[in-house]
Unconditional design. Structure first.
Length: 215
């Protein structure tokens, strides 16, 4: 069994374990989920807008594009809430998990597509094989909506990381400079990914106005 097939089967086995209670946060709700000191990505962006309005305008457009594309898929995602692991990667899915134990820590309930997006972000070239092995093992195969959501959730993982960075910065009183290098890298990657996925950009009303520049 190759690494991709093993990862898909082991992840399906983990997801067969009953999930904990309803989550405080979810990947689909990344922009509003509470983080350090209850800062959210959106509220931290309000703080950042004072020194960096153009950057904030650009990331808010990315959020609206992701949310618009995910909205029709959200109900299908919520049907399959499982025990997920925010720090998950393919290396964590090894033969020691073959007894179908849940991860020892860092567990939170979320849609199963969130974990599949995590391993897809970690090993994009192997995602197709991972999904095939997952479907072969899972009690309920992935729906078309879940499959459509996974590439979008890979993009969202970057914005979720941005939420963590900005929440830490805002919670510290914004005394230090914001993490602009990582901010710009995440936004550039998200913008390029949404373009590849064909997620439409926003158009100003009546063709007026200018979009925030991507950095």
């Amino acid at each position: 069994m190759n690494d991709a097939e093993s990862a898909g089967r082991l992840l399906a086995a983990r997801h067969a374990i009953p999930a904990p209670p309803e989550p405080e946060r979810s990947l689909v709700n990344y922009a509003e989920s509470p983080r350090r000191d209850d800062w959210t990505l959106r509220s931290a962006l309000v703080r950042l807008a004072q020194p960096e309005p153009e950057r904030v305008g650009a990331v808010l457009e990315l959020i609206r594009r992701c949310d618009g594309a995910l909205h029709p898929l959200a109900r299908a995602l919520e049907r399959h809430t499982v025990s997920t692991e925010p720090a998950l990667n393919v290396a964590a899915l090894d033969d020691s998990a073959a007894d179908e134990r849940a991860p020892s820590d860092g567990i939170q309930p979320d849609c199963r597509a969130a974990d599949l997006a995590r391993v897809g972000r970690d090993r994009p070239a192997e995602l197709t094989a991972i999904l095939a092995a997952y479907d072969a093992t899972a009690e309920t195969p992935l729906s078309d909506e879940e499959r459509a959501a996974i590439p979008l959730l890979v993009v969202v993982l970057g914005l979720d990381e941005l939420g963590e960075l900005l929440a830490d910065w805002a919670a510290a009183g914004a005394r230090d400079a914001p993490p602009l290098d990582r901010f710009d890298a995440i936004c550039a990657e998200a913008f390029a990914s949404l373009e590849r996925l064909g997620v439409a950009r926003e158009e100003p009303p009546n063709g007026l106005g200018r979009r925030p520049r991507q950095r």
